[in-house]
Design a binder for this molecule. Structure first.
Ligand SMILES: [Zn+2]
Ligand SMILES: [Zn+2]
Length: 163
């Protein structure tokens, strides 16, 4: 099992985030993570713990070392580099420009798992659309697993067939 300490290279950020988690638990602030910001619009200007944690979770997902380890591991297993929800494959659609382009998502977000080592098995490959759906606030939930997004797609498809 490959284990990666993904925040070892940014200790001060880790300490700030750990403090934010402790503050959040102490004050009930963690519930504010329900209002998880839209990850791409996030401008990084607010300091509220929830937003800090969400931002940290997202920057954690953007860790290039984790990403390339995940891609390497998938290659070793002969798995395609494509969305685990909808099978979208950037290389197939965009040609060489899209080769190996994929977003990496932590299946358990930071505010559930707490600060911990990231195992490659905890990471999922997602296309940009499915990734947004995992992080979108919907029906009171600020995130959902790739498996839950897959269920939503199946239900939408079924609803479309029924009409
Ligand atoms: Zn997808
Ligand atoms: Zn994500």
């Amino acid at each position: 099992m490959i284990v990666i300490k993904d925040f070892i290279d940014d200790e001060s950020r880790m300490l700030r985030s750990a403090q934010a988690i402790r503050d959040g638990i102490g004050s009930g602030e963690l519930s504010k993570i329900r209002e998880q910001p839209d990850e791409i619009a996030e401008d990084g200007t607010t300091a509220r713990e929830g937003r800090l944690l969400a931002r940290w979770a997202l920057s954690r997902e953007r860790n290039p070392k984790l990403r390339s380890s995940k891609i390497k591991a998938a290659r070793k297993l002969g798995l395609p580099i494509q969305c685990e929800v909808c099978d979208f494959n950037f290389g197939q659609t965009y040609g060489e420009m899209g080769d190996d382009f994929i977003e990496v998502h932590h299946v358990l977000p930071l505010h559930i798992s707490g600060p911990c080592e990231t195992r490659l098995a905890d990471l999922a490959f997602l296309c940009s659309n499915c990734h947004r759906m995992c992080h979108r606030s919907y029906r009171g939930e600020s995130w959902r697993t790739p498996a839950a997004v897959r269920v939503e797609i199946a239900e939408a498809l079924k609803a479309a067939e029924d009409t």
